[in-house]
Design a protein around this ligand. Structure first.
Ligand code: CP
Ligand code: NVA
Length: 303
């Protein structure tokens, strides 16, 4: 298999990640060119979505191609038929697959058996497209990511993991702060720290310490899709990690507020903080479309 996949942020090199950000910024500024004319992206989603589905569909449209949404309930990967068969069949009809899955293994299995590029549209382990959009948003604001300090308050989950890898690869410094038992796992930490790119990732227990010298404070939901049965336990564990006015008072007065959305106001973030002028969550959401145009152009158009 020689086709490129994007199942993880680690599927691109540090220079390629910088190139993706440059391409996305250029496409946002100048508008995309129709480099994917006549090409179709199949979008298999086992979990709900607003931003990811819309941004992939619009990204393909803006590049001259189209997106084809396939509900996970209908395709039933691994139940109605094996994941490998879904990969082979879609490879005969479309030019790329975006998959939003529970098990990360489902995305890598698709990539293994598909003859076409497979993009991770969020799995339990990673959300690489989100990380590209987040860094794009910070590049727009600060010009460069080199030496930029970001606090990620909350769960060491898919969003945190991809952001940790991407930060190290682009020279940014990510400080993660969450409760005991919900840290980014040791393997992912070790993997992040071994990446080239000049950035770093550290974990501290005290969220006030984490935010004290950062340019941006990022948070995500306490219970991710698939963890609905843990909502009560997690709400208790994460109680002192809410991004609220008290926590933001410990950050520099110009620190920006980030969230991948959807946000659970009153849980991981307060209404006041997400609605504040320092919140750049809507830029992050829009930038999903520009980031994915760059990703799709790289995988399918060789750009
Ligand atoms: N941030 C994000 O991936 O949003 P959706 O779940 O709505 O796609
Ligand atoms: N961590 C969240 C991100 C949603 C975009 C989840 O997996 O549900």
């Amino acid at each position: 298999m020689t086709e490129r996949d994007f199942t993880s942020i680690l599927d691109v090199s540090s220079p390629e990640l910088h190139h993706l950000l440059d391409t996305a910024l250029g496409m946002k500024r100048d508008g995309p060119s129709p480099v994917l004319q006549g090409q179709t992206l199949a979008m298999v989603f086992e979990k709900p979505s607003l931003r990811t589905r819309t941004s992939f569909e619009m990204a393909m449209r803006r590049l001259g191609g189209q997106g084809l949404y396939l509900s996970g309930h209908e395709v039933q990967m691994g139940e109605r038929e094996p994941v490998r068969d879904v990969a082979r069949v879609l490879s005969r009809m479309v030019q790329a697959i975006a998959a939003r899955t529970y098990a990360h293994h489902t995305v890598t299995e698709l990539a293994k058996y598909a003859d076409i590029p497979v993009v991770n549209a969020l799995s339990d382990d990673e959300h690489p497209c989100q990380a590209v959009a987040d860094l794009l948003t910070l590049r727009e604001r600060f010009g460069s990511l080199t030496g930029l300090r970001i606090a990620y308050i909350g769960d060491g989950n898919n969003v945190g993991r991809s952001l940790a890898y991407a930060s190290v690869m682009t020279g940014a410094h990510l400080v993660i702060s969450g409760p005991e038992g919900y840290e980014l796992d040791a393997d992912s930490m070790a993997r992040a720290l071994a990446l080239p790119g000049g950035g770093s990732v550290t974990q501290v227990r005290d969220p006030h310490e984490a935010v004290h010298d950062v340019a941006a404070v990022y948070t995500d939901v306490w219970a991710s899709m698939g963890q609905e049965h843990e909502v009560t336990r997690r709400a208790e564990a994460f109680r002192s990690y809410q991004v609220n006015a008290g926590l933001i008072a410990s950050a520099p007065s110009d620190a920006l507020i980030m969230h991948d959305l959807p946000a659970h106001r009153g849980e991981e973030i307060t209404d006041e903080v997400i609605e504040s002028p320092r919140s750049i969550v809507w830029d992050q959401a829009e930038n999903r479309m520009h980031a994915q145009q760059a990703i799709l152009a790289l995988l399918l158009g060789g750009q």
